[in-house]
Write a protein that binds this ligand. Sequence first.
Ligand code: ATP
Ligand code: MG
Length: 445
Amino acid sequence: MHSRDAAWIAAAAGAELVLQSPPAGAPADPQAPGPSSVVIDSRGDWRTAPGDARPLFVGIPGARVDGGSFAAEVLLAGAWGVLVRPEHAAAAVEAGYGTVLTHPDPTVALGALARGWRRELGATVVGITGSVGKTSTKDLLAGILATQLRVVATEANLNTEIGLPLTVLGAPEGTQVLVLEMAMRGRGQIAELAAIAEPDVGVITNIAPVHVELLGSLQAIADTKAELLAGIVPGGTAIIPRDEPLLAAHRPHGVTVVEVGPDDPAPAGLRIAEDVSPTVLRNLPAAVAAARAVGVEPDGPVDPRISAMRGQRLHLARDVVVVVDCYNANPMSMTAALDDLATSAPGRKVAVLGDMLELGPDELRFHAELGAHARSAGVEELVAVGPLSRHTGTGFGRGVHWVPDAAAAAKLVPTLLEPGDTVLLKASRGIGLERVADALQGEGA
Ligand SMILES: Nc1ncnc2c1ncn2[C@@H]1O[C@H](COP(=O)(O)OP(=O)(O)OP(=O)(O)O)[C@@H](O)[C@H]1O
Ligand SMILES: [Mg+2]
C-alpha cells in the first residue's frame, strides 16, 4: 500500500479525509506516499519493528474499548495515519502529525479498503469456507500454488470480517493469488466476506453439524456456506462437495461448478512432503480442483506446512505413532479421524477422545454415537476425556477408560501404550488434549 496516497485510501475506504500529512501539494515521498501496512492493534509489533514501519491504524470499536481512542497516541508513536470514528477526529488532529481519516463504522471502511486493494492487486482470489477442513484446504492449496506463483494465504485464524481484510491488505504488490479462509459465525457473514474478497474461485469443503447452536439446522448451515457461491465473480469457479443435497438449491449460475469427493485420485506426480494424517488429505481433491481453477497443475513435491494440531504425526520410540489432532472436534471430523485410524494403523488402534463442544441439544446423542463408532472402527483402547465423554464411553461399552480432563489423560495414556500402537488424540480446543502429546514426547514412550 506504500504506493497509494491518502486520497486513494480515503476513496477506497469510503472515508472522509480530515487531515492529510504532508498536506496536498507538498512534496511527499513519490515512491511511498502511503502507509507501510494496515494495523488494528495500537500496541502491535509495528511499534518496535526495525526500519520505518508507518502503518495506517484502524480504530475498531471493541466490546470494552474503542480503538479510536488511541488515535493521537498511535500518531505520536509514528503511525502514517488513522482511520477512526468521527468523534475521535479532533483528538487525532490535535496530535499535529499524520493523516486522519474518519468513517462512522471503521470495520466497514476496513473491508472497503481491502476490496479496493484486492482490485488493485489484480490477483486471483480463492475463498474457502465449509464446516470442517477450511484451514487444511487452505494450507494444501497455498502449498501447491506456491510452487509456481506468489501466494498470500490467511495466517492463523484471520478469517473474519476483520482478519480477512487485514490479510488482503497485507498482500504486497505483485501477489498473484490470495487464498482466503472464511469463517461463519452467523447468517450473512460469508456474504459480507465474499463482498470484500470478490472471489474468482469459491470452495465449500463440506456441510456438517458444527456451530449448530448458532443456526439451528443443517440446512441453515448449508444456506450460510452457500453465500460464498452467490459471491463468486461471473465466469469464476465453484468447488463443492459431490452429491451434497443440502447445496442443491444453491448451485450458482454463470460460474463453472466442479464437484469433488474425498476419494478422488490425486495427480500422479504430486507428492506431499510433510507427514500429515489421512484426515487432512481428505481435502486434497478440493485443493487440487482449486489449483486447477487458478491455472496450476499440481505436480512434484509440495510442502504444505499444515497448521499445528491438525493431524501431524509424531513418531515415538517403539514404533508408536501419535496423531495430534487437538485443534477442534465435531461428529464429522471425529468419524473421519476414526475411519482414517482404522485404515492406516498398522498395529493397535488407540483413541484418546475428548468432549466435542457447541453441539446443541443433541450433544449427548452425538457423544454416544461417537463411542459406538469407535467400537465399530476397531479401536482397541479408548480413553474418553471430559464430562460429555462419559457418553462416548457408554457408546463404546466394555473396557473404556474415562478421565475427567486432559491432565488426567496425560498421566494415564503413557501407561496404556504398547509397541506399534497408533494413537489418535482428538477433542475440541477447549479440552487442551495436546497435553497428552507433550506427556508422550516428554516420556519418550
Ligand atoms: N475433509 C474433512 N473431513 C473430516 N474431517 C476433517 C476434514 N478436514 C479436516 N478435518 C478435521 O478437522 C480438524 C480441523 O481442520 P481445519 O482446521 O482444517 O478446519 P477448519 O474448518 O479450518 O476449522 P475452524 O472452523 O476451527 O477454522 C482437523 O484436524 C481434522 O481432524
Ligand atoms: Mg480454520
